[in-house]
Write a protein that binds this ligand. Structure first.
Ligand SMILES: [Zn+2]
Length: 117
């Protein structure tokens, strides 16, 4: 069975819901930690460390959510599946693996190379 854009569109909508739920859960937990910090000031270091890890996770989720939303916008505009950088059609297998990607394999590799230097 071949994956269609329609299926990927549905997948992106499911992902958006699940990412939003994750963010809400993290925010709820962050509030609890704040209460914990108030009552156990001696553990402030541990809390700070955990909160930094949680913050990093939150940033990750928020970034993926933004990419998913941008991908959904590209569906609206009819430009989904076209590379943002070079304008070529992105391989369907790549879209299956990373539905929110806006770059073809070649451009993504080039970008990663630059980012990792
Ligand atoms: Zn490209």
């Amino acid at each position: 069975m071949t994956t269609t854009y329609e299926q990927i569109h549905d997948e992106l909508k499911v992902q958006r819901e699940s990412l939003l739920a994750d963010l809400q859960e993290l925010d709820a937990r962050a509030k609890q930690w704040f209460i914990g910090y108030e009552t156990h000031p001696a553990d402030a270091g541990t809390y700070a460390f955990d909160q930094a890890a949680e913050q990093a996770m939150r940033n990750n989720i928020a970034r993926t959510l933004r990419e998913v939303e941008e991908a959904l916008e590209r569906f609206e505009k009819g430009t989904y599946g076209v590379c943002d950088n070079c304008g070529k059609v992105i391989d369907i297998a790549r879209l299956e693996a990373i539905p929110h990607t806006s770059l073809c394999m070649r451009c993504a590799e080039t970008r990663d190379y630059h980012n990792n230097r």
